[in-house]
Design a protein. Sequence first.
Length: 319
Amino acid sequence: MHHGPMQRTTSDRLRQLIDTILDALDERIEGDELAKRAYLSRFHFDRLVRSGLGEAPVTFRRRLLLERAAWQLLHASSVTEAGLNAGYNSTEAFSRAFTRAFGMAPSRFATHLALEQPAARAGFKLSAPNGIHFHPPGGLHIPGHDRSTTMDLTDRLLSHDAWVTERLLELAAQLADAELDREIRPGHVVFRFDGPEGSVRAMLANHVFAKEVWIAAISGHEFPNGEDKSIAALRARHALAAARLRELVRGIDARGEWDDAFVDALCDPPQSFSYGAVIAHIVSHAAHRRAVLLGALRELGVPEVDSGDPIDWEMRLAR
């Protein structure tokens, strides 16, 4: 499902409210103070949180504290200590609240789950209308908007590579030809048959060309022409190669052909490779080349060079 601007804005605001509650988890403050920290009236704070989470703020906070207490009990905390950490002034009050929530006294909780299978030690989670739970040792587990039972890691890595490479090309376009061709990494070689790639232009050209060559080998097309190494040409070539590579990989995955082999007629002499090994090869060496390029661009004084980290990339997409 596509999330439009209004949905994303609403989601971001709810996340801010959740963070407000989480930041105050260990403070014994009332709802009025929480609302004040969110720059809202108590009425609007409660309404927004209840609407977004299906729980009132006080209920949400109390459940997280009880889940954390349950996890602490599973990790050798005493009942008294867990109760104090959960904000209860007396062990009796904590025991009553814990028993109502988990169906057994905290003094029995750890012993009971120890008799179960190891997976049952995740039993500190209470039923929640929003899927948000305490995440050890001190965070939250927040479900994503679009739920799926699997994540295609290869597809995500290729999407990340495509985005970062486009960003690298965009940044490189700020450099004059003399800087693009400067030997900033003299003698740098990734593969002997690719030759030295000591300059930013050579690194970028080999990074793009490597994809084009493997796409030709996998799909049975002719050897690509990689002669035009201007930044404009590299950007156009990369846009096509990145899209085509993801398309090929998705087809391989859909057909279950990861362990199938193909003969690469572009090699001299021809060689046999499995699809899985080739895609792993592409992903691994693309990551290496990107890291070298990021460092080279920084040394050349290009401003606002990104980290290249997939976490930062995903956060950018979310924003």
